[in-house]
Design a protein around this ligand. Structure first.
Ligand SMILES: [Zn+2]
Length: 238
């Protein structure tokens, strides 16, 4: 049995990290966790109370079912976009966490139709690439839209909704947060290199033959610790 209160605390921290690391504009977006089949931990709809994930606490986390009904927690509604999460969690049993953010440089990739440049370590996690969804409106408001996005994403982990934001799925809260931060850094560097007009890239083969699960998990652990420390220094109260 998982420690639900511990998960709520970790998830609240993960949500704060998105803002603290400047990974999202205007406090939009969120990190969620699949507690069990048909049960997702997600922040309540804080925007209705002039709040955001910037000061998210464990008590702001609610449990919803795959239809978005709050089954536990002190808010009548959760953050939106759950139609996409539900569709992904139904399809892929390996997934435990997901994330949405309005990340500036990542968004530029979708808006310009460009790819990441494989010039630095930040981009090495993304040799499988990403998908771009271009439907309107610029938020996920129906079950069909969530299903369409999930169909497009398939077995990949990153979907960019053009003009809106990034959706990422993964095996843990730590994984989606650290990968989202790496993706945004890689997008920023790609943008700068294209502005310089000259750059070197590693090939996919070079990257895939030199990277290992061990290296990735060590980096993930140290990035997560770094983000956590920076949030804690701001006096976060759980
Ligand atoms: Zn959004």
């Amino acid at each position: 049995m998982e420690d639900i209160e511990g998960l709520r605390q970790k998830l609240a921290m993960a949500n704060r990290i998105l803002v603290n690391e400047h990974l999202t504009e205007l406090g939009r977006g969120h990190v969620v966790y699949k507690l069990a089949e048909d049960r997702i931990l997600i922040p309540g709809h804080l925007h209705d109370y002039q709040r955001s994930i910037a000061d998210c606490t464990a008590s702001d986390i609610v449990t919803i079912d795959y239809k978005g009904n709050v089954v536990e927690g002190r808010y009548p509604e959760s953050m939106h976009e759950f139609f996409f999460y539900s569709a992904m969690f139904r399809r892929r049993k390996d997934l435990k966490a997901a994330l949405h953010m309005h990340a500036f440089y990542s968004n530029l990739l979708a808006m310009s139709g460009e790819n990441l440049l494989f010039s630095s370590r930040d981009s090495f996690l993304f040799t499988k690439g990403f998908k771009v969804y271009s439907g309107l409106p610029l938020f996920v408001n129906t079950e069909k839209m969530g299903e369409d996005m999930a169909d497009l994403l398939g077995d990949r982990d990153i979907l960019l909704h053009r003009g809106h934001g990034v959706f990422m799925v993964g095996r843990s809260i730590e994984e989606v947060v650290t990968r989202a931060a790496a993706f945004e850094r890689a997008a920023f560097k790609s943008y700068c290199l294209r502005a310089i007009g000259k750059y070197f890239e590693y090939t996919r083969d070079e990257i895939e033959s030199s990277e290992s699960e061990e290296i990735r998990s060590e980096l993930q652990e140290s990035d997560w610790g770094y983000f956590l420390t920076r949030v804690e220094k701001k006096g976060t109260i759980l």
